[in-house]
Design a protein around this ligand. Structure first.
Ligand SMILES: [Fe+2]
Length: 275
């Protein structure tokens, strides 16, 4: 169901503030861990930092792997935490390879935005790149067609696209096997619409930036464990969990920055060869 109309705001001459947070990997149990880290704890730490340090947030975007097990309980717990720390803040979400649309559909709390949102002169598009039962991503024709329709419908709007999987290799061989496998088709669409400014994703649990044909491509750190950049094999990083801030201006200019929580002594297995 198209949810854009629910969230349309009319605001003039104000900077739009979007916070992307991603890959929280919550479980059905509150004690779900990833490499020893209790994922609910680190999500709460990130939400606490956002609540303490960010004001006037227009939109929160959770870019997939919200759950580690796809359970309805994990999505309800995710929502209750977000709504507790950041009440009355608009939330959008999309699915990752660890998510289960059935679990996301079974939530009992207020439903996040899922498809698209217009805020002032900006069009914000959420794409699903999940392939059932696989770690790689793919953008089905239906999603590429929906993206094309939105770009045609809002030709004067600057556009930000969020999805879960990376559409380009990020320099970590072990996770670059799980990119968007039809990224060529995705970029073929983007190349026709110069108002696309940003593509941002999660999945790779690290900060990454690249520019392709004037479109800035960004990965965002996870709210739980971090993966070390430029590693051939699975390697856990010691950087802290974090999120990404976007500030979008009416004239099409924008800025972004990754922000992380202050150091915590999480009991993480840093020498693990996988997760
Ligand atoms: Fe993922």
């Amino acid at each position: 169901m198209e949810k854009a109309k629910n969230g349309n705001d009319v605001k003039q001459n104000k900077t739009i503030k979007i916070l992307q947070f991603t890959d929280s990997h919550l479980g059905a149990s509150t004690n779900e861990t990833l490499l020893g880290l209790r994922t609910e704890q680190s999500l709460c730490d990130v939400l606490e930092k956002i609540a303490a340090s960010e004001t006037d947030i227009d939109l929160l975007v959770a870019t997939g792997d919200i759950s580690n097990d796809g359970s309805a309980e994990s999505y309800d717990r995710f929502l209750s935490l977000v709504y507790r720390y950041l009440p009355n803040t608009k939330l959008a979400w999309l699915d990752g390879n660890h998510d289960d649309p059935a679990g996301m559909d079974a939530i009992t709390l207020a439903r996040p935005i899922e498809k698209h949102l217009i805020i002032d002169n900006w069009s914000i598009v959420f794409l699903s790149s999940r392939v059932a039962g696989e770690e790689r991503g793919e953008l089905p024709l239906s999603e590429l067609d929906r993206l094309t329709s939105l770009l045609q419908k809002y030709p004067q709007h600057s556009t930000v696209i969020f999805l879960h999987h990376q559409p380009v290799p990020i320099g970590c061989e072990w996770v670059d096997g799980y990119t968007v496998s039809n990224a060529k088709d995705f970029f073929k669409v983007l190349d026709q619409y110069p108002r696309v400014k940003v593509v941002a994703w999660g999945h790779v649990h690290q900060d990454f930036r690249q520019v392709r044909n004037d479109v800035v491509l960004l990965a965002t750190p996870s709210t739980c464990i971090q993966f070390k950049p430029n590693c051939e094999n699975f390697t856990v990083d010691r950087l802290m969990p974090g999120y990404r801030l976007f500030e979008l201006h009416n004239d099409g200019h924008w800025t972004t920055e990754v922000r992380r929580i202050s150091h915590r002594d999480y009991p993480i297995n840093f020498v693990s060869s996988g997760y």
